[in-house]
Design a protein around this ligand. Structure first.
Ligand SMILES: *Cc1c(COP(=O)(O)O)cnc(C)c1O
Length: 413
């Protein structure tokens, strides 16, 4: 890893400029670590909880207490944390199926939801078992002309239609709109509840956990869900998801995840409890590492003349960093540099490839300990104008920073 004088000079400039932004991230991590540690202590987490169960997994004390640790940390009435949730999409659709019944309407408050969720809801593709197939109706309020939530329209639609559920996606995901701040989520939840008190406000919290000192369930959301191979798994959880919020809604999701009458009482933990506890304990710190990597990346790329979103000094509500690389060649080089910076599969050379569900070929870079874990340094982008790279993760700032330096080196070659 021999870096050129040019890249090292840019890095020095970036380091100096971003120091105050990194200090703000440290402060958030300090507060969130205190939140998590206090929850561990409140629930008297003990070594005995790390013993696993098999089979039905009845009476798994470690699993039951972990649910409570998540609930307390997130200021929620209840939570369900399970390795049986196979992905973020599975977790989110469990939560949705737990709430919605035939004839109900769900409304997405800020444009369409995440790609895989669109398929699961049934508004894209022709899969079987979608919400639409079960007679649930879907509608959405699009962003306004400033690419922000259209609050007057949201209030009007909620008051008029009284939807059963309103969905808010916190992270930008793979869209061009910004992540929603906790304060904006508070405003949206209040507006929906005022217009239609019975509507369940649910937040897709993927990529958002611990990027701020409050979570959606602490500012009015009735329910939220996320993936354990992203932020709240701390880079340690090998799989799983969590759902947190109102007790009756969490119970509904548990009924859907397993079976009515069984709900949360089954689900062997197979010796994974320790990793889920340890990952959650580390998560505030790990998220800070990913945020610092994103900020460093934004500053470096800005210095190299690329447009970035969010800007390095902007407030963040997710771990995603977008860089407009302007050409297919630059996007490929960037991703190859990120791949070279990975601890696993560093020797692999990413190529753009056609992918199911995408119109253009997509290039991806990832070399992770947990397959597909995007809390680890990873990056991808579709091969089309303006050649956007979506970067996220970084288990340690030191390694994430090296990945960015390698990407910068590739871009300058
Ligand atoms: C990752 C993600 C999902 C889906 O999670 P998978 O684990 O990829 O199924 C949904 N919503 C958002 C905002 C995400 O970032």
């Amino acid at each position: 890893m021999d870096f050129s004088e040019r890249v090292l000079e840019l890095a020095r400039q970036a380091d100096e400029a971003i120091a105050p932004a990194l200090a703000r991230i440290d402060e958030i991590a300090r507060k969130n670590t205190q939140k998590v540690l206090a929850a561990f202590q409140t629930h008297r987490v003990a070594e005995a909880y790390f013993a696993g169960t098999t089979g039905y997994g009845s009476d798994d004390r470690g699993r039951e207490i972990l649910d409570q640790v998540f609930a307390t940390t997130f200021g929620a009435e209840d939570a369900l944390v399970r390795i049986q949730m196979v992905s973020g999409t599975h977790t989110l659709i469990c939560a949705l199926f737990g709430v919605l019944r035939p004839g109900d309407e769900m409304i997405s408050l800020f444009g369409p939801p995440y790609d895989t969720l669109q398929t699961a809801i049934g508004i894209v593709g022709h899969e079987t078992g979608t919400l639409l197939e079960y007679g649930i109706r879907y509608s959405q309020v699009d962003p306004n002309e400033n690419n922000e939530p259209d609050l007057p329209e949201i209030i009007r639609v909620c008051a008029e239609r009284r939807p059963r559920l309103a969905l808010i996606q916190r992270s930008r995901g793979y869209s061009t709109r910004a992540a929603l701040s906790i304060e904006t989520i508070r405003t949206l939840a209040e507006a929906v509840h005022q217009a239609s008190p019975e509507t369940v406000v649910m937040v897709d919290n993927c990529y958002g956990e611990f990027t701020d000192t409050l979570e959606p369930t602490q500012v009015g959301a009735d329910l939220m869900a996320g993936s354990l191979i992203k932020n709240p798994g701390g880079g340690i959880a090998p799989m799983g998801g969590y759902i947190a919020g109102r007790h009756d809604l969490v119970e509904g999701a548990a009924s859907r995840l397993t079976a009515p009458g069984i709900g949360r009482d089954n689900g062997a933990t197979l010796g994974q409890n320790r990793l889920l506890y340890q990952g959650f304990f580390l998560a505030p710190h790990t998220v800070a590492q990913a945020l610092k990597t994103a900020v460093f990346c934004a500053k470096m790329m800005e210095l190299m003349g690329f447009e970035t979103s969010p800007a390095w000094d902007a407030a963040r509500s997710d771990i995603v960093q977008v860089i407009a690389l302007g050409s297919g060649d630059a996007l490929l080089r960037f991703c190859r540099g990120i791949q070279m910076g990975s601890p696993v599969d560093s020797f692999v050379i990413p190529e753009a490839w056609p992918m199911a569900g995408y119109e253009d070929p997509v290039v991806m870079a990832a070399g992770a300990f947990v397959s597909g874990a995007s809390i680890e340094l990873s990056c991808d982008g579709p091969m089309r104008e303006p050649y956007l790279a979506y970067l996220q993760g970084g288990l340690t700032y030191e390694s994430g920073r090296l990945g960015i330096l390698l990407a910068a080196e590739e871009l300058l070659k």
